[in-house]
Design a protein around this ligand. Structure first.
Ligand code: PLP
Length: 391
């Protein structure tokens, strides 16, 4: 009996055993508070220091520019709320119309506080256009925040160009790189970003630990106040084992990223090619090649509104995928704001299947998925779509 297949790496990734080992060692051998001056505390401090260097290397930063947070969500909140002083300072913020809720909901909050927010449109591939950003910049624009890769459709944004346009205007640039960090390179020495959000559990690290890169000289107000840890930007006793896990995950990602990206693109293309043979009604959503290496977002013509049923059928068959995004599971019946922004009609915007591959996936798993998927799709009732009855 073959084992289950996990194809939902954009939701979260299994912990790499090398990361688990590093965390176990930290957890069982070092219990000190990194702020304590005695040797037990200094041992913990030293572990955090090394991990900070490893996480910084993920994006070419220096260790002192890394602020550990409890999640990617918190890193996003810190970037936006920090610039606008929790909405006490007004001004203009530009973001895209396809951001993760960690950005979207923070923008909604800031709007209630009087900050003006512009949401850049995207094209049919989910891509922001640099000229649109240039046109949206205003004298009072204080921050631009555009995600590096979209969590629903996998499209990569032209971050280098967006950051360059923003900096020429003298404005801060933040990118939510939670989906792309450790999968596609981002070097803060070459791309003029001021802040970058990352999260360990998307790169085979532990959950509940993220980081915000804050370029030297950028001034932020904290979201959490207290003992002054993390340069005063994120008070709280550090979660040492999780930070150690993040460091290990970052180290592995840096050393394996190039080869792993090639391998994942190979698996992704094998899956797509196979789909064309077994399910000609399937179509790819998002950019055909400017996308995360292991990310596929699929629609099935005429059966879009059945995607949750399809997901559950696949789950019964031992395959874990998601519809849209894990966060969208709380709003499963609502159309995805990402697909709506890409111009999908409300039926199609409800019906994507997100298949995301990761480090431990293999060719035989892809081939098995290609056998299972057509059976699962066949069990679905054809539905009305684009004004016709699908056969
Ligand atoms: N930003 C993006 C693009 C994401 O995909 C996610 C998680 O799915 C987050 C932010 C939130 O990260 P975390 O789960 O660490 O809070």
């Amino acid at each position: 009996m073959p084992g289950p297949i996990y194809f939902d790496h954009s939701a979260t990734t299994p912990l790499d055993t090398r990361v688990a080992l590093a965390m176990d060692t930290a957890q069982s051998k070092v219990f000190g508070n990194p702020s304590s001056l005695h040797s037990e505390g200094r041992r913990a401090y030293s572990l955090v220091k090394d991990a900070r260097t490893d996480v910084a290397r993920l994006i070419g930063a220096t260790a002192s520019e890394i602020i550990f947070t409890a999640s990617g969500t918190e890193a996003d909140n810190l970037a936006l709320l920090g610039v606008f002083r929790h909405g006490r300072e007004s001004g203009h913020l530009i973001t895209s119309s396809i951001e993760h809720p960690a950005i979207m909901e923070t923008c909604r909050f800031l709007e209630q506080c009087g900050v003006q927010v512009s949401y850049l449109p995207v094209d049919e591939y989910g891509m922001v256009s640099p000229p649109d950003l240039a046109r949206a910049l205003r004298p009072d624009t204080r921050l631009v925040s555009v995600m590096a890769a979209n969590n629903v459709v996998g499209t990569l944004q032209p971050i280098a160009e967006l950051a360059r346009i923003t900096k020429e205007h003298g404005t801060l640039f933040h990118t939510d790189a939670v989906q792309s960090a450790g999968k596609v390179p981002l070097d803060v020495n070459r791309v003029p970003v001021d802040m970058v959000s990352v999260s360990a559990h998307k790169l085979h690290g532990p959950k509940g630990i993220g980081a915000l890169y804050v370029r030297h000289g950028v001034s932020l107000q904290p979201v959490i106040f207290g003992g002054g840890q993390e340069r005063g930007l994120r008070s709280a006793t550090e979660n040492v084992a999780a930070i150690v896990g993040f460091g290990a995950a970052a180290r592995i990602a840096v050393s394996e990223m190039a080869d792993e990206a090639v391998r994942l693109v190979g698996l992704r293309e094998r899956l797509l090619e196979g789909l064309r043979n077994v399910l000609p009604d399937a179509y790819l959503i998002g950019h055909p090649f400017k996308r995360l290496p292991g990310h596929l977002c699929l629609g099935f013509s005429g059966r879009e509104s059945e995607s949750i049923k399809l997901l559950l059928k696949l789950d019964e068959a031992g395959v874990a995928v998601s519809s849209g995004s894990a966060c969208a599971a709380h709003h499963a019946s609502e159309p995805s704001h990402v697909l709506v922004a890409m111009g999908f009609d409300p039926i199609r915007a409800r019906g994507s299947l997100r298949v995301t591959l990761g480090r431990f996936n293999t060719e035989p798993e892809v081939d098995r998925f290609l056998e299972i998927l057509p059976h699962a799709v066949d069990t679905l009732r054809p539905v009305v779509s684009y004004g016709r009855i699908a056969s």
